[in-house]
Write a protein that binds this ligand. Structure first.
Ligand SMILES: Nc1ncnc2c1ncn2[C@@H]1O[C@H](COP(=O)(O)OP(=O)(O)OP(=O)(O)O)[C@@H](O)[C@H]1O
Ligand SMILES: [Mg+2]
Length: 266
């Protein structure tokens, strides 16, 4: 049976596409899927560093698409997570080096070899976006609780619908205390504006930086709230839709609930 291709996109840069791709890739592989994560941010590759695989690159996605190497040669096997493969971006080309027709063909090849393919889309809505979405079956839109990110996500969602793809939303970098104080957009406001299905809420978490700097997958870090959130999103993507979405809460509001339960004032 053919695998499915999921594009991870956002419009706005720096909202967590690469972090989400690496984390969901690892979580889905840990659940037993054969997974490829493909870095389509040609010229600005990053996914290899986040996954700690930068020293093992020989061929890249441009080589694989152009037939300069076999798919197997471009797919780097992760040593920490069984069943996880990275197809890195090339560093020396620009995004126009590939075209959508080539990407459709490449997508067919990827589907034959993997259960799930996650595409790390570059920021923007130009050729790099086009190449990333053209063969996707599903889309995850990453958005942070900022007005500019929501506006860009809205634009991207429109472009995805135009391609008959129904995207799902991940809200990333939530700071619960700020949401509770009314200083940050809440996920309910964002879902209202964007009107798409929510699949996960990820809070701001220092473990993301530690993971990026060490190459240790976030989802393997036991105490990481963001890691836990991505594990839950992976379960939902895997068809376990009864896994509830947990709403991040500040320490203050957790303590308040405990105090109320115990009947202690304050
Ligand atoms: N939940 C989080 N908590 C803390 N830091 C985060 C979180 N998610 C992402 N970051 C940090 O935010 C920065 C941007 O993340 P990332 O590179 O994944 O975004 P991106 O959307 O892929 O960016 P680009 O558009 O440049 O490709 C990184 O430094 C990353 O470590
Ligand atoms: Mg990125």
């Amino acid at each position: 049976m053919d695998g499915k291709i999921i594009v991870v996109t956002s419009g706005k840069g720096g909202v967590g596409k690469t972090t989400a791709t690496a984390s969901l890739g690892a979580a889905l592989a840990l659940e037993g899927n054969k997974v490829a994560v493909v870095d389509m941010d040609i010229g600005l590759r990053n996914l290899d560093v986040v996954m700690g695989l930068e020293n093992r690159i020989v061929f890249n996605v441009v080589d694989a698409v152009k037939g300069n190497c076999k798919l197997k040669q471009a797919a780097i096997k992760d040593r920490r997570v069984e069943n996880l493969y990275l197809i890195p971006a090339s560093q020396s080309d620009n995004k126009d080096v590939l075209n959508p027709e080539e990407m459709v063909k490449f997508g067919k090849m990827l589907r034959r070899h993997f259960d799930i393919v996650l595409i790390d889309c570059p920021a923007g809505i130009e050729r790099g976006f086009e190449n990333s979405v053209v063969s996707a079956d599903e889309a995850l839109v990453i958005c942070t609780p900022e007005v500019s990110a929501v506006r860009d996500a809205d634009r991207v969602i429109g472009l995805l619908y135009a391609r008959s793809i129904t995207p799902k939303l991940i809200v990333n970098r939530i700071i619960p205390q700020m949401v509770e104080n009314g200083d940050m957009l809440s996920h309910t406001d964002m879902v209202d504006v964007l009107s798409i299905e929510l699949i996960g809420l990820v809070e701001m978490d220092d473990h993301v930086v530690i993971s990026t700097n060490t190459g240790m997958p976030l989802v393997l870090q036991k105490n990481s709230k963001a890691g836990e959130a991505f594990r839950r999103i992976a379960m939902r993507l895997n068809g376990n839709t009864d896994v509830p979405i947990q709403v991040p809460q500040s320490q203050k509001s957790i303590f308040k609930k405990i105090r109320n339960k115990l009947g202690i004032g304050g």
